[in-house]
Design a protein around this ligand. Structure first.
Ligand SMILES: Cc1ncc(COP(=O)(O)O)c(C=O)c1O
Length: 374
């Protein structure tokens, strides 16, 4: 039986061509400490970071000087929220918000307002404009929902933020690499992302883009490999965030994925998965016991949540794993989404697709699910 890995929204698998080889090569040949020596191994590790930074910046339309390398979206979101907000600031989020946004906001004592959405979690931009009539420091939006796949109208959201003076932080965990994105053209203030999802690279890689002219209050600090006589934390982005030994292994490993994605283009990769997602939604909707929670516009992500009458999501995920089907079950770290969808407390099953799957895999998944449901 072939393994059907339908959990790409958690992490991509398989990774892009060349990623596994680069991982072994770095640890076997190049594993110096970047920025902490003048010898060749340290230099090769530093080159790996520079290469990844340039390739990432190019992919999102940013100058590389405005991109901090980070261990993942969670770190990048914390850095942005802790660095931009003061205690008690008013912040607008959507029902799709991830706990990596909601928990830092709680820690910061932010006054959180939730924008209304439709039943696949797409934002109501009229309501956003109304919310922004009150002074608001920040709007935080997940570009793509990890529950319904809904992709938000970033240009529309950015325009309303600009009109009201609120800043816009985009959680691109699900979309960077998976969809075309140009931060400069969109007027986004900050964008956080992971390297292990749409970018098809390893865990431990990611980044934060911050618009020219914005700075973050230091939130984490430590060794930077330079100016060690000075006990004051480095203040300038991106160096201020890149403290401690950098994970050069992760970024050396991410690099072949970035080259591959740039060659293929995110638009072409999305065009590959979109018809599979359509077939998946249609196949699930044809099953009378199944309720589907998924956005189905051409730009939406191949992420499909569903519930099945008579089954708890966790139980069905375990049953399907025995048939070599990998799905995620539960709340997917997006508690407000389930409040909006009416899928509390158990959440949903989630099938999410990657660019190496084919139409036959979706057909086979539906066949195995039908076999379980009888
Ligand atoms: C929408 C969204 N935001 C943030 C994150 C956090 O990403 P990471 O766990 O890679 O830091 C995820 C991960 O699932 C996500 O789906």
């Amino acid at each position: 039986m072939t393994q059907l890995y339908f959990d790409h929204a958690a992490t991509s698998f398989p990774k892009a061509p060349g990623v596994a080889e680069a991982a072994a090569r770095f640890l076997g040949e190049d594993a110096g400490n970047a920025g902490r020596g003048v010898h060749r191994l340290a230099n090769r590790a530093a080159d790996a970071l520079s290469h990844a930074r340039r390739a990432l910046a190019e992919l999102i339309g940013a100058p590389s000087a405005r991109l901090a390398l980070a261990p993942g979206a969670t770190f990048a979101l914390n850095a942005a929220l802790q660095g931009l907000l003061e205690r008690g600031d008013r912040v607008v989020v959507g029902p799709e918000a991830h706990t990596s946004v909601l928990r830092p906001l709680r820690l910061l004592g932010a006054e959180v307002q939730e924008v209304r959405s439709d039943d696949v979690l797409r934002w109501d931009l009229e309501h956003l404009a109304q919310l922004l009539e009150q002074p608001t420091r920040l709007v935080v939006v997940a570009h793509g929902s990890n529950v319904t796949g809904a992709v938000q109208d970033l240009a529309g959201i950015a325009a309303r933020c600009t009109a009201s003076g609120a800043r816009l932080l985009v959680d691109g965990a699900q979309t960077v690499g998976a969809l075309p994105l140009d931060v400069d053209a969109l007027g986004v203030d900050a964008l956080a992302f992971s390297g292990h999802k749409g970018l098809l690279g390893p865990t431990g890689s990611g980044g934060l883009y911050l618009r020219e002219g914005l700075e973050l209050r230091p939130w984490i600090t430590g060794g930077s490999g330079s100016r060690s006589h000075d006990e004051a934390p480095p203040a300038e982005f991106p160096g201020a965030l890149e403290v401690g030994t950098p994970n050069a292994w992760a970024f050396a490993t991410l690099s072949p994925a970035l080259t591959w994605i740039a060659d293929q283009t995110p638009a072409a990769l999305h065009a590959r998965t979109a018809p599979l997602a359509e077939a998946l939604r249609a196949g699930l909707r044809a099953l009378p016991q199944v309720t589907v929670f998924a956005a189905d516009q051409p730009q939406d992500l191949p992420v499909v949540s569903f519930t099945v009458e008579g089954w708890r999501p966790q139980e069905l995920a375990v049953t399907l794993d025995a048939l070599e089907v990998s799905l995620r079950a539960g709340l997917h770290c997006a508690p407000r989404a389930h409040r909006r969808l009416g899928t509390e407390p158990d959440g949903t099953l989630r099938a999410s697709l990657g660019p190496f799957l084919a139409a036959d895999d979706v057909a086979e998944f539906l066949a195995r699910l039908r076999e379980v449901l009888g």
